[in-house]
Design a protein around this ligand. Structure first.
Ligand code: ATP
Length: 283
């Protein structure tokens, strides 16, 4: 059974059609990244899956449960999922440790509080009041609260916004560890390198519709896109787009009789492909 199954999802806010017919299947154990520009409908979709927003139409199953159901089983279902929202409300007068300890009490099978604090890199701040944390530290606490319940399915809405590069790397390692433990993860992010590093598959959403779902390396024909070979010839940098970069490099090797000055061979990055897909071109 898939962890998440969505068919024909629609949601409007007055005249704004935020989600306009989304179909999505996410396998158990998969890391899936939802990409899209501001206002594309990512948070709306994710919050419907989390049971925080109602939908206008469509079928939604999350761990075999309709998140809109308030009846028997809703509490048990919530126990199986972890959520890191885009922004969280403040409980500034508790310490980091107290807050995580407090939240652990909501779950039947929580992780160890110290281990969670350590895994998000907040050891030195365990005794600090939340209102004294920096923005990035506060975000790490959000992530800690999302994983304290030992969830089967974790929702992460822009989890690393405000993280410094080192914190992002250690967050990625944490997510990879959760994956190896079998956690299914649905992530939204504006960082294409994050999607590339973590996601098994990505879905690009724009104006409330999914444009494409694929692996990061195959998205938008990326794996078969032409390579760009660049090198220096005298005072000029030359470049050539080609399907056969090896042949071009071989030819250049002969031409230069050995080392080719400033040689690079590149393919479009995930960001290049993504920007093209959502209609952003820079000329
Ligand atoms: P971002 O990357 O900026 O977080 P997003 O892809 O998560 O964007 P959503 O927050 O789902 O986008 O918003 C989709 C559309 O719905 C936007 O046009 C937004 O203005 C609108 N919208 C979202 N929430 C509400 C709301 N509570 N009331 C009215 N309109 C809303």
């Amino acid at each position: 059974m898939n962890a998440i199954e969505v068919k024909g999802l629609h949601k409007s806010y007055g005249a704004v059609q935020a989600v306009r017919g989304i179909d999505l299947s996410i396998a158990t154990g998969e890391i899936f990244a939802l990409l899209g520009p501001n206002g594309a409908g990512k948070t709306t979709t994710v919050e419907i899956l989390e049971g925080f927003r109602s939908r206008d139409s469509g079928d939604v199953s999350v761990l075999g449960f309709d998140p809109h159901d308030e009846g028997a089983g809703a509490r048990e279902w919530r126990n199986r999922i972890g959520i890191v929202l885009q922004s969280t409300s403040d409980s500034g007068d508790l310490s980091v440790g107290e807050t995580i300890e407090h939240f652990s009490g909501y779950y039947s099978n929580p992780r160890n509080v110290e281990e969670v604090i350590n895994s998000v890199g907040l050891d030195e701040k365990a005794g600090s009041l939340i209102r004294k944390l920096s923005g990035g530290q506060r975000r790490r606490l959000d992530v800690a609260l999302g994983i304290i319940g030992n969830p089967e399915l974790l929702f992460l809405d822009e989890p690393t916004t405000g993280f410094d590069p080192e914190a992002r790397r250690s967050f990625w390692a944490l997510i990879q560890k959760l994956r190896s433990d079998g956690t299914t993860i649905l992530l939204t992010t504006h960082y294409l390198d994050e999607a590339e590093a973590l996601a098994d598959r990505v879905g690009v959403i724009n104006e409330g519709k999914i444009i494409e779902i694929s692996t990061p390396i195959e998205l938008g024909g990326r794996s078969t896109a032409q390579a760009l070979v660049s090198w220096r010839e005298g005072s000029h940098t030359k470049s050539l787009a080609t399907d056969n970069p090896t042949a071009v490099v071989n030819k250049l090797t002969t031409q230069f009789n050995g080392e080719i000055p400033e040689l690079t061979v590149t393919r479009p990055s995930l960001e290049d492909i993504y920007l093209k897909m959502i209609g952003v071109t820079h000329e």
